[in-house]
Design a protein around this ligand. Structure first.
Ligand code: URA
Length: 209
């Protein structure tokens, strides 16, 4: 079963409360999403395996630890996921970036991929999907499916705010994918928005409403 980690670090919780505030404007919103992604990235990468390496300091040679697999990939789900991508990439600048775009099929109401560009060597990469809101979970489920099909080594899902429904849906569909969130909110409303949430993450990031 997927491990669910709620990142309750005081700075994360503080910035998340600022982000939720309806008075927070586009510029501050974008900065906060980026900062939150970086702070969360610190926890998300906590269990990456290390290997011993010999390093020569100006004083002597000694054994130290470095990442056993430096091959990471960050994959934002378009469009709101883009807001988290640079924060995560600041923390792991050697990562490669993929992109997944999904639209809701008007007949089935299910998310369908319209764009999927992943690093060629994704099968060697530990992959981190970023998307600010985990609502029904349908988009993340489809994104995970596409990334699994491409053969990613491991997959982690990182969202700022989640609904219990979304967490449950991911656990059911992809029990091997660990989930990292800064909050599990109360519920989804009848329009599919997270309550209390923060409204539409994409519109608030890009100023489209
Ligand atoms: N997507 C959003 O941007 N906000 C929600 O509350 C749910 C899905």
């Amino acid at each position: 079963m997927s491990k669910v980690t709620v990142i309750d670090h005081p700075l994360v919780q503080h910035k998340l409360a600022l982000l939720r505030d309806k008075e927070t404007g586009t510029k501050a919103f974008r900065e906060l999403v980026s900062e939150l992604a970086m702070l969360m990235g610190y926890e998300v990468t906590r269990d990456l395996p290390l290997q011993e390496v010999e390093v020569e300091t100006p004083i002597t040679k000694a054994a130290f630890k470095m990442l056993a697999n430096e091959k990471l990939a960050v994959v934002p789900i378009l469009r709101a996921g883009l807001g988290m991508a640079d924060g995560m990439m600041n923390l792991i600048p050697h990562a490669k970036m993929g992109h997944i775009g999904l639209y809701r099929n008007p007949d089935t109401l299910m998310p369908t991929g319209y764009y999927c560009k992943l690093p060629d060597d994704i099968c060697e990469r530990d992959t981190i999907i970023v998307d600010p809101m985990l609502a029904t979970g349908n988009s993340a489920i489809e994104a995970i499916r596409l990334i699994k099909n491409a053969g990613a080594k491991t997959i982690r899902l990182v969202c700022l705010i989640s609904a219990p429904e979304g967490i449950y849906a991911i656990q059911k569909a992809h029990p091997d994918v660990d989930i990292y969130v800064a909050s599990i909110d109360e519920k989804l409303n009848e329009h599919g928005y997270i309550v209390p949430g923060l409204g539409d993450a994409g519109d608030r990031l890009f100023g489209t409403k």
